[in-house]
Design a protein around this ligand. Structure first.
Ligand code: GUN
Length: 302
C-alpha cells in the first residue's frame, strides 16, 4: 500500500490560518501587533529568496515588519549596533539575522547579541539551553525542528513511547529535534536515537524506527529496505541535484532531491514527506508562530 503523503504546504497553510485568527484577535482585544525585523547582509540569491518569503508571510498575517538590508561589507561592530537597536525597539518582538553572514563578521557573535527573548530563530545559546531543560523553560523552538514535530503530530502518529531515529546531528535540525522528541509531554515522550557519520550500521538503527527523521544532507542516503513498514518518514534533505526549466516562468530552477529514495520508500512507509513541499514550507510558518508567541509574551497576554 502506498504511504500517506504528508503535505507541508497544506499543514503550513492551515497553521497560517490559525495564526491569522490569533493575530486579528490580539490586535482587536489588546492592540498588540507582532513585529518582526529581518536583517539581510549582502545579496546571496538563496538568502534573498528566503527573506522575501519571510516578509511576505509576515505581511499576510498583518505583522509590523521591517526588512533591513545591509551591504555585504558591513563592519561587524555596525551589525552588532543594528541588532542592539532592534533589541531596544518595543515594536519589534522578533529579530532574524539571515545566515550565512560574510566572512568579516563573526556569525556566533551576532547571534549571541540578539536578545534571547526576541530570538525567534531559536539559535541563541540561552534558547538552546531552555530547550535542553524543557517544560516551562522553553520559549522559542528552532523553526525547522518545530515544523517537523507539527507534521508528525498532525499526521496522527503517536509519539509517546515511539522509537524515533534521527539521522544527522546538526545544531539546526538533528540535535534540536532529538531534544524536542524526548521532552516529557504531548507530541513527544519518545525514545530517541541519534545516528550520524560515526555510527556503525545505520541501517539496523533506521529499521527500528517508528518515526524516522532524516537530516543528513546526502541525496538518497536512506534506502527503502531501511524503513520499517508503516513508519512515519520525515525527509529534511534539500539537495540540489541539477537544474530544470520551470513550466510556470520558463526560468531555470534547481532540481531538489531528499535524503530518502522517495518513490521506493512510499511503498513501504505509512506516511512520508515529499521534497519539495514537505518540511520546507513549515520553517517560515514556525517563524511566524514564534513571533506571535514573542509578541504575547512581551505584552503578557495569553
Ligand atoms: N539561513 C538558512 N536558513 C535559515 C534560518 O532558518 N534562519 C536564519 N536566520 N538563517 C537561515
Amino acid at each position: 500500500m502506498s504511504a500517506k503523503i504528508i503535505s507541508g504546504t497544506e499543514v503550513a497553510a492551515q497553521i497560517r490560518e490559525e495564526l491569522k485568527k490569533e493575530v486579528d484577535e490580539m490586535k482587536a482585544k489588546n492592540g498588540v501587533v507582532p513585529g518582526l525585523v529581518t536583517i539581510l547582509v549582502g545579496a546571496n540569491p538563496a538568502s534573498i529568496s528566503y527573506v522575501t518569503a519571510k516578509i511576505k508571510a509576515s505581511h499576510e498575517l498583518g505583522f509590523y515588519s521591517i526588512q533591513d538590508d545591509q551591504p555585504s561589507d558591513i563592519a561587524e561592530a555596525d551589525l552588532l549596533k543594528l541588532v542592539d537597536k532592534y533589541n531596544k525597539d518595543p515594536k519589534i518582538h522578533g529579530i532574524l539575522v539571515q545566515l550565512p553572514l560574510p566572512k568579516q563578521v563573526d556569525e556566533k557573535k551576532v547571534l549571541n547579541a540578539i536578545d534571547p527573548d526576541k530570538d525567534v530563530d531559536g539559535f541563541h545559546p540561552v534558547n538552546v539551553g531552555r530547550l535542553m531543560i524543557g517544560g516551562d523553560e522553553v520559549k522559542f523552538l528552532p523553526c525547522t525542528p518545530a515544523g517537523i514535530q507539527e507534521l508528525i503530530v498532525r499526521a496522527g502518529f503517536e509519539t509517546s513511547g515511539a522509537e524515533v531515529v534521527v539521522v544527522g546531528r546538526s545544531n539546526i535540525v538533528g540535535k534540536p529535534i532529538a531534544n524536542i522528541m524526548l521532552q516529557k509531554g504531548k507530541g513527544a515522550n519518545s525514545t530517541v536515537t541519534v545516528v550520524h557519520t560515526g555510527t556503525k550500521n545505520l541501517e539496523t538503527h533506521c529499521k527500528r524506527a517508528d518515526i524516522l527523521i532524516v537530516a543528513a544532507g546526502v541525496p538518497g542516503l536512506v534506502k527503502p529496505e531501511w524503513i520499517k513498514p508503516g513508519a512515519c518518514v520525515i525527509d529534511v534533505g534539500v539537495n540540489r541535484v541539477g537544474e530544470k526549466k520551470s513550466e510556470k516562468t520558463g526560468k531555470m530552477i534547481p532540481i531538489l532531491k531528499g535524503d530518502v529514495d522517495f518513490e521506493a520508500a512510499k511503498e513501504i512507509a505509512g506516511a512520508i514527506t515529499p521534497v519539495p513541499g514537505g518540511v520546507g514550507p513549515m520553517t517560515i510558518t514556525m517563524l511566524m508562530k514564534n513571533t506571535v508567541k514573542s509578541a504575547k509574551l512581551h505584552a503578557r497576554i495569553q
